[in-house]
Design a protein around this ligand. Structure first.
Ligand code: ATP
Ligand code: MG
Length: 254
């Protein structure tokens, strides 16, 4: 079987007025990432779960997500050592906006995989660099360990996640999110499922699709950059993640 090449062929195969066009193009991007060795098989399944919630949310950024994005921007700007944690799906879908956010915040980017293999880690690192990330941690320096986690997924970089005070974890799993919270890190999740453990354990949960949420987060960081610490702290003080999750849940409760 001959595979379609994403960039030009698929775009012309899916009619412009197809109601699921955006979703199908995104799916194709992930499949392309899978063929290029960035995404693992489990990543494809995880994306499917995300698609279902995305559909139920109306495939657009909803009000609670906008509020969470503002809080996330404030938290990242207040942090002393913020880190963006990147897995295969996040790299395949949002490498450019990850690079842009890292540049805006002058923060570190670390590859951190649930199903870690050296080969995939390196491929993701190269992909991020091609997208404009200057330095990628977690490829050759994952010598520290997240306590209480087992297997390869507990390996992190000392200069990155291990020492971070605030971690952005798009599409993270619940165990790791919980472990990071226990380590005293402020965690910001991007997760379409407001009921997942990740969504419930994180300090700030952006219930939105990663390719919609990331550019909005970059925009918000740019906007809040000029504000003083007192303002950013007040944004965080008035933010209530439980309420945001409840509001998001109601949006999909048809
Ligand atoms: P948890 O371990 O936190 O309870 P889970 O087991 O439901 O979560 P996984 O299958 O481990 O979740 O990871 C997939 C998660 O990522 C799902 O919650 C899914 O909604 C979300 N997700 C998948 N693709 C995207 C995407 N493109 N944008 C945002 N969220 C996504
Ligand atoms: Mg999980």
């Amino acid at each position: 079987m001959r595979y379609l090449r994403f960039s030009y062929e698929i775009e012309s195969v899916i009619p412009a007025n197809h109601p699921r066009r955006k979703s199908l193009l995104l799916r194709e991007k992930l499949v392309e990432g899978y063929r290029n060795g960035l995404v693992c098989d489990n990543g494809l399944i995880a994306h499917g779960r995300g698609e279902a919630f995305n559909y139920l949310l109306g495939e657009r950024t909803r009000r609670p997500a906008r509020e969470a994005i503002k809080a996330a921007a404030a938290a990242l700007l207040l942090a002393e050592r913020p880190v963006i944690s990147v897995n295969g799906n996040a790299a395949a879908l949002a490498a450019e906006s990850i690079a842009e956010l890292a540049k805006e915040l002058n923060c570190k980017v670390e590859v951190n995989l649930f199903y870690r293999t050296q080969e995939r880690t390196e491929k993701i690192g190269e992909h991020l660099k091609r997208a404009g990330v200057g330095e990628v941690l977690g490829v050759k320096d994952a010598y520290a360990r997240i306590p209480e986690l087992f297997g390869e997924r507990r390996k992190v970089s000392i200069e990155g996640i291990y020492r971070a005070d605030c971690v952005l974890i798009p599409l993270e799993d619940g165990d790791r999110c919980e472990a990071l919270v226990r380590m005293g890190k402020r965690t910001i999740a991007i997760d379409l499922n407001p009921l997942s453990r990740t969504a419930r354990k994180a300090d700030i949960t952006i219930v939105d699709e990663i390719t919609r949420a990331m550019p909005l987060l970059v925009k918000e960081v740019k906007k809040l950059k000029g504000k003083n610490k007192a303002y950013l702290n007040s944004v965080l003080k008035h933010y209530n993640n439980k309420r945001i999750l409840e509001e998001s849940r109601k949006l999909i409760n048809f």
